[in-house]
Design a protein around this ligand. Structure first.
Ligand code: HEC
Length: 132
């Protein structure tokens, strides 16, 4: 008989309920490389992203320092974190990051992050946005 999906569902539910099933994300090994590959060209020192928003991805402290308007990371709460919302495409198109919409200041100069990278950033924030 063919493998039946209903058998797999209780297992999956169990896994979601246990925090141990989620892998632990490392800032240095998982998160920083995403910023280095996709954000640093605009969000470092005199980049246009820094000029426009004050947000720099140079290091952990500058990321936690946020923009000139305040923090973009709320440790433990990705949904309240502007950093997550702009990369996950959950904001107005003009501030989605990297900019890939005609409406944005740096129009169509990047590609949206992969689902996997978006998830890494979400997990990192939800696990407390540690400098690990
Ligand atoms: C091509 C240049 C460019 C790239 C690449 C880029 N940004 Fe930006 N970013 C900008 C500009 C310009 C702004 C100013 C806001 C705007 O467009 O209105 C900005 C603003 C921001 C803000 C502040 C949003 C707000 O208004 O609250 C955050 C957070 C941000 N970027 C994160 C990122 C992240 C994370 C990446 C990489 C995944 C990234 N950016 C990649 C140019 C860039």
């Amino acid at each position: 008989m063919a493998f039946h999906l209903s058998r797999a569902i209780p297992l999956l539910a169990l896994c979601i309920g246990l925090s141990g099933c989620e892998r632990e994300v490392s800032f240095a090994n998982d998160v920083q490389p995403i910023f280095r590959d996709h954000c640093v060209e605009c969000h470092s020192q005199v980049g246009e992203g820094v000029a426009a928003s004050g947000f720099s991805v140079n290091d952990y402290d500058s990321i936690m320092g946020g923009t000139k308007f305040g923090p973009v990371v709320v440790p433990g709460n990705s949904i309240s974190s502007a950093l997550y919302m702009v990369v996950a495409g959950k904001t107005a198109p003009e501030i989605q990051m990297p900019p890939h919409h005609q409406q944005s200041l740096a129009a169509e100069r990047g590609d949206a992050l992969s689902e996997e990278n978006i998830e890494v950033i979400q997990l990192w924030i939800d696990q407390g946005a540690l400098n690990n």
